[in-house]
Each structure stands twice: as structure tokens, then as C-alpha cells.
Design a protein around this ligand. Sequence first.
Ligand SMILES: O=C(O)CCC(=O)C(=O)O
Length: 300
Amino acid sequence: MKPDAILKHSPLVLTEAQRAAYFREGYLVVENYVPEVWLRRLRSAMAEVIDRSRTVAASNDVFVLEQGHSADNPRLHRVTSPQDQHPVFWEFMCDPLITDLVADVVGPDVKFHHAKLNVKAGNGSREFKWHQDIQAWPHTDYSPVTVGVYIDGCTDEQGPLAFVSGSHKGPLYSLYDELGNFTVSLRDSDARLISDSQVKRATGGPGTTILLNCRTVHGSTRNTSNAARPLLLPVYSSADSFCYVPSPIVSPHMGDIVRGKAARYASFDVRPCELPPDWRAGYRAPWSLQQDSEKARMAM
Ligand SMILES: O=C(O)CCC(=O)C(=O)O
């Protein structure tokens, strides 16, 4: 569904001003949105899942390990598809607290695409370079939105998500480097054009929730603090928006209608989108793709 049609529906959770800000800037930060009773459940589910990573010595389909990960000191970049690892995550992702919020920016019929839990363990966890999301999973329109929930909150030192305001209205950049490797990051020549005055960093207390449009340029800095920065990231779209490539991250819930009804017709926005590699050949998480590209270019 495209913005004109979405805006014909009255918002359920957001004020008109908040919703207008999302469509104007390409993101919205709602401070302390998720209540403590949910946060407690999410923390307990997260602790159980992270505990399972203690027996893992190399990144796999579920856990993306940070440098220094060990059984005694689990250090994770990411839990992939957390909703398939613990039922509390899926319950949360289907709860009206989240699906009504999403409906305000994608329309009343809401479809789940995929999710991640980016843990960013602390003590120097890597940055996530500037990028846009939609080139990794192109859809027939640009309704897809990532919801970001800071389970424990996020300070400036913890590598908050940062956005380039208004960039969702600009071009989609190439996420391939000069050597043709897909890196999930803008080329240095494009990233250099971003000025500090356009950048907004999303910090906030526990439960602070971000809505991020799939075209918006965003990234995050290193986590230099000694506390992890768990950020739960489910992705949704309008029910009539369809991903037209195999997805890098798969889940039995992909395509589930979590609010409203399924679509009979697809919505099309003909602005072109660069295609990702054929993920059927395997998917590697962005941090390692970005690191490999840096090494290859330094060796040139
Ligand atoms: O976790 C982060 O800091 C960045 C996440 C992100 O940008 C993404 O998953 O697309």
C-alpha cells in the first residue's frame, strides 16, 4: 500500500504529527513505548536463547558471533529469527501493541516478513555501516518497515541506530562494492556525501521503539560501553506488498498476516531497486560481508 492510501486511515496509536514525521523523515522514535511487563518477558526469553549460544563455537544460521565469544562469555552480534527460537518473541510480534503501531504506517492489513535480535554485546562491538534495507529484500512497493525495540534502552556509547533524515525520498544506493561484492553498505564515495546535520541518533530508555522505512539510509557506531545493546528488529509490510526475491533470512512465519486480511492484488511502486545476490547459494551476515570487502579493497 502506498502512502496516499495509508494516510486515508486514521492512526490508532500515533498522533497525526508523529505519523506525518515518519512519512516526512523516513523514521520515527517513540520513547519508552513498550511497557516494563513486556520488557521483562522479552529479557527472560533473550537470556534463554543467548544461553544456548554457549555451546556454539562458530556463527551459524541462528547465532552470529562476535569476536571473543566463548561458553563463559557469550558475545553475539545477532540472534537470527528470534521468533523461531522462543515463543515469547512471536507472541510479542503479533501483539496489537506492535501490529497496531505498524498499521499506522503500512495500513490496516499487516504482513510479517522476518526478524532479528541484534545484541551488540559491548566492549567494542563492530559498527554497522550506512545502508538501506530494501536492496536485501526488494518488495513490490516501499511499505516495508522495521520496528526496532531497545529492550534495555540505548545510550550514545552503545552504538545507537542513526538515520539520514529524509533519505527515503532520495535515491537507492548500490550496496555492492567496486569489486562487485554485496556488502550491505554504501560505497565510501556515497557515504562521504552524508553530512552530520542530516543525521539523527536514536537513544532512549528501555522500550524505546523505532519505526524505520525500508528506503531510509541508516547505520550504527561501535558499542564502546561495557553493556550490551539488545535491539529487537521485526520487519513488516502492507499485506499487498510482496517480496520478489528469495529472502536472505527465512522463517515459517514469513508472509503471515498478523493484522487484518490477506491481499487479492499486489501494490506496485515502479521506482527501481537494485537486486541482491541469489541468496539460495547461502547468506552471510552483514558484519562479515563488510569486513571482507574492507580487506579485499585494502589488498588492491
Ligand atoms: O543493530 C544495528 O546497530 C544495526 C542494524 C541494522 O541497521 C539492520 O539490521 O539493518
